[in-house]
Design a protein around this ligand. Structure first.
Ligand SMILES: NC(=O)c1ccc[n+]([C@@H]2O[C@H](COP(=O)([O-])OP(=O)(O)OC[C@H]3O[C@@H](n4cnc5c(N)ncnc54)[C@H](OP(=O)(O)O)[C@@H]3O)[C@@H](O)[C@H]2O)c1
Length: 233
């Protein structure tokens, strides 16, 4: 149980544990994070995506973000994302080559899409880089065929290749990590401290009434949300 500081407010506090918690662990608990490092972020305009951007901006990372619609990409630009790409067209390995040349690449890739983006992402890492997998959005609403497609399009990670190329793969599942009360307290304390000091700015993307829950689900299913949708009870 954590008290919400007055400075934070309930709506901002709602965004902290899941969105910022996932973002924080994905960035800070999986390896080094230093100013100037290059980050590629899938689903950058989602709830977790905007939290990653907020934390990564503070850490001085160079952010490349992907989103599917013009509206979302405009928002990413206004958030200071250096390069914004269309997720329906751009492949992360090609983006890395276009931006940084054949021998360049990303230091951190945060992937919540899954399937092919994992193999593309591993190719897009520079030596010492890591891909952090934190979700499989590809799985949504495609039933058993979608699940099979995901299974076949997900690469089998070869430890020898990862070793030879000095690249890392990291899975983050908050459900597992939250079983560790010490970690939960550390992460929440740090996020509350940062929010209190106005170093991060947790805000819901949209607040709707509980009676609008069906519309909220519709927005999520159609990928029209920017940030987290909070329902007011
Ligand atoms: N590992 C963990 O502990 C943890 C914790 C929280 C959330 N998650 C996962 O992280 C992901 C993002 O969470 P969120 O809260 O940011 O969700 P969100 O706000 O709903 O954003 C999800 C975004 O994923 C993108 N996406 C890409 N391919 C998709 C597809 N095939 N179907 C649907 N969406 C697709 C969409 O953005 P575009 O339209 O711009 O592509 C969508 O808006 C989810 O998969 C969630 O389950 C994991």
């Amino acid at each position: 149980m954590h008290a919400i500081p007055d400075s934070l407010g309930t709506q901002s506090a709602v965004v902290l544990p899941l969105n910022y918690g996932t973002a924080y662990v994905a960035l800070y608990r999986t390896g080094p994070i230093e100013p100037g490092m290059r980050l590629f972020l899938h689903a950058a305009a989602g709830g977790v995506g905007l939290a990653v951007i907020d934390l990564a901006r503070r850490a001085g990372l160079e952010i490349v973000g992907a989103a599917s619609s013009h509206f979302k990409r405009e928002r990413l630009q206004s958030e200071g994302v250096k390069h914004v790409v269309d997720s329906r067209r751009a492949h992360v390995d090609r983006v890395a080559r276009d931006l940084y040349g054949r021998n360049g690449g990303f230091d951190i890739i945060i992937d919540s899409v899954g399937g092919r983006t994992i193999s593309q992402g591993i190719r897009a890492l520079r030596p010492g880089g890591r891909l952090v997998s934190c979700g499989v959005a590809t799985l949504s609403k495609r039933g058993i065929l979608g699940a099979l497609g995901l299974l076949f399009s997900t690469p089998r990670i070869d430890p020898f290749r990862m070793l030879a190329r000095s690249r890392g793969f990291y899975g983050v599942h908050l459900g597992q990590l939250m079983r560790d009360p010490v970690l939960v307290r550390e992460v929440l304390d740090e996020l509350i401290r940062l929010a209190d000091a106005k170093e991060i700015h947790p805000e819901p993307g949209r607040v709707m009434q509980l009676a609008e829950a069906a519309t909220a689900h519709h927005l999520l299913e159609r990928r029209r949300n920017v940030g987290k949708i909070v329902l007011r009870v």
